[in-house]
Design a protein around this ligand. Structure first.
Ligand code: HEC
Length: 402
C-alpha cells in the first residue's frame, strides 16, 4: 500500500488547493489498477479507501473533525434513513461532477477524471454495504409522482396541487398535502383540500343564456380533510408494493361542491415498477367505503361499512435528462377508472397526459402540469387543467440547492 495511483495525484492537487490536511492520510493503496487487473473487476473498497475515506471515514460515518480542514458537515453513510433513499445514479453524478452539480458543498470533489463509471459503481456498491438493514426501500423506487395515482414508495414531501375547470363556471380546487415517513417502510399523510368557486347569479326571470356580464361571486371553502397511512409490504430493486388507507373527514363545504358530508374510508394497494430504459409504471387500486351511519346512501345495505366505489389508477412514463447531469423531464400518461357500485351506474374513465420536471439543481423541487380529459360522459364532465408543485423536504430546504 505505497505507490500512489497516478490518476489520484490530480486529486491530491485539488485537495491541497482546498487546504485539506487529510493529505497525509490519503496514503493510496498500492496501485488499485493492479488489484483490478488481478481480479478483473474494480475493488470498490480499495477505491473508496483511496478516494473517499479521508473525508467520509473508512466506516462511512465521516472522518473525525480534527482530521479534516473544513466545516461542512459530512453525511453519515451508515444512516439507512439517509443512504437508502438516494439512488446510485444520483450519487454517481455527485461523485463524478462534485457537490455543486446537485447544489451541495464544493468541498465534495469531482472524481470524473480519477474514476471511470465502472469504478464509481464499485465504490457505490461498497458505500451500500454501510447500511445493513434491507428493510429500507431503495431510492431507485422513488419514481416520478403522477397527478392522481398514489405511489407505493413512502415519502417525505409537501405537494400543492391546483386544478381549474376548462369549461363551465370558474372553480379552482387546491390540495395541500404533507407526507412524512416513519421507520423504514411507513408513511403518514394529511391532505387539506380547499377551493375557490364561482356562483353566477342570473337576474330574476332569466334562467339560461350566456353568463358573460352576469354578477358572479367567488367564495373560498374547505374540502374534506384526508388522513392517510401507507406501508411498503414488499420491495426489491425494481418493484415496490404497498398497502394504505385514507380516511376522509366530512369537513367539506357541501354548498360549494367541496365535500361529501360523509365519513369515508379508502383502502388501496399500490405498485411501483421500474421498466427498462428509464421507464416506469405505477398502479393503484382501491375502494371507497362509507363508514357506519351512512348506509342509507348506498341503498340500505345492513351492517358494517358499505362499498360505494371502486377505482383503478395507472400511470406509465419515462425520464429524460437534459445533458448528463441536468434537469429531469418525466412525461407520463395516466388512466383513471372508477365505478359506483350502485346498480345501473357505468364506469367513468379519464386520461391524464402530463409532464413532471425538476426545477432546481438539487432536483428536490418539482413541477407537474397535466390535463384531465374525460373519456366517458364528456358532455357533462369538464376537462381540467392541473398543476402540482412538489418539495421533497428531506433533501433540503425549499430554497436550498438552486
Ligand atoms: C475532500 C473531502 C471529500 C472527499 C475526498 C469525498 N467527499 Fe463526498 N462529500 C464531502 C462533503 C463535505 C460532502 C457533503 C456535501 C454537502 O452536504 O453539501 C460530501 C457528500 C457526499 C455525498 C452525499 C451527497 C448527498 O446526496 O447528500 C456522496 C454520495 C459522496 N460525498 C460521495 C463521495 C465519494 C464516492 C467519494 C470518493 C470517490 C467522496 N465522496 C470523496 C467531502 C468529500
Amino acid at each position: 500500500m505505497t505507490a500512489p495511483d497516478h490518476r489520484l495525484s490530480g486529486l491530491r492537487a485539488r485537495f491541497a488547493a482546498a487546504g485539506l490536511i487529510v493529505l497525509a492520510s490519503l496514503s493510496t493503496p498500492q496501485s488499485t489498477q493492479a488489484a483490478q487487473a488481478a481480479q478483473g473487476t474494480p475493488d470498490g473498497m480499495a477505491l473508496y479507501e483511496a478516494g473517499c475515506a479521508s473525508c467520509h471515514g473508512s466506516d462511512g460515518q465521516g472522518a473525525p473533525p480534527e482530521r479534516i480542514a473544513f466545516d461542512d458537515p459530512l453525511p453519515d453513510l451508515t444512516d439507512c434513513s439517509f443512504a437508502s433513499r438516494e439512488p446510485d445514479a444520483d450519487w454517481i453524478i455527485v461523485s463524478k461532477a462534485g457537490g455543486p452539480v446537485r447544489g451541495f458543498s464544493d468541498v465534495m470533489p469531482a472524481f470524473a477524471e480519477a474514476f471511470d463509471d465502472e469504478q464509481l459503481q464499485a465504490v457505490m456498491d461498497h458505500i451500500r454495504s454501510f447500511c445493513t438493514d434491507r428493510a429500507w426501500p431503495r431510492g431507485e423506487l422513488n419514481l416520478p409522482r403522477p397527478l392522481f395515482t398514489e405511489k407505493a414508495y413512502p415519502e417525505d414531501e409537501w405537494v400543492w396541487t391546483s386544478g381549474v375547470n376548462a369549461e363551465g363556471p370558474g372553480a379552482v380546487i387546491n390540495e395541500l398535502l404533507y407526507e412524512k415517513r416513519f421507520g423504514s417502510r411507513n408513511q403518514v399523510e394529511i391532505a387539506l383540500p380547499f377551493g375557490f368557486a364561482e356562483t353566477v347569479s342570473a337576474p330574476a326571470g332569466r334562467d339560461e343564456g350566456p353568463t358573460e356580464g352576469l354578477a358572479s361571486d367567488w367564495g373560498v371553502g374547505l374540502g374534506d380533510i384526508e388522513i392517510g397511512y401507507k406501508r411498503a409490504l414488499l420491495h426489491d430493486l425494481r418493484t415496490i408494493f404497498s398497502f394504505g388507507t385514507e380516511f376522509k373527514l366530512p369537513t367539506g363545504d357541501e354548498e360549494r361542491g367541496l365535500g361529501s358530508a360523509e365519513f369515508q374510508i379508502e383502502p388501496f394497494l399500490a405498485l411501483g415498477q421500474i421498466l427498462p430504459g428509464d421507464a416506469f409504471l405505477h398502479l393503484q387500486t382501491g375502494a371507497g367505503l362509507l363508514a357506519r351511519g351512512h348506509r342509507e346512501v348506498v341503498g340500505g345495505a345492513e351492517g358494517g361499512e358499505a362499498v360505494r366505489e371502486a377505482f383503478l389508477h395507472a400511470a406509465v412514463g419515462r425520464t429524460f435528462t437534459s445533458g448528463e447531469f441536468g434537469r429531469s423531464w418525466s412525461p407520463m400518461i395516466e388512466v383513471l377508472g372508477s365505478t359506483h357500485l350502485a346498480e345501473g351506474s357505468r364506469p367513468q374513465w379519464d386520461l391524464v397526459p402530463q409532464m413532471q420536471v425538476t426545477l432546481n439543481t438539487r432536483q428536490h423541487v418539482m413541477l407537474n402540469v397535466g390535463v384531465r380529459l374525460p373519456l366517458t360522459d364528456a358532455d357533462v364532465r369538464s376537462t381540467q387543467l392541473l398543476v402540482y408543485f412538489l418539495w421533497d423536504w428531506f433533501d433540503g430546504g425549499l430554497f436550498d440547492g438552486w
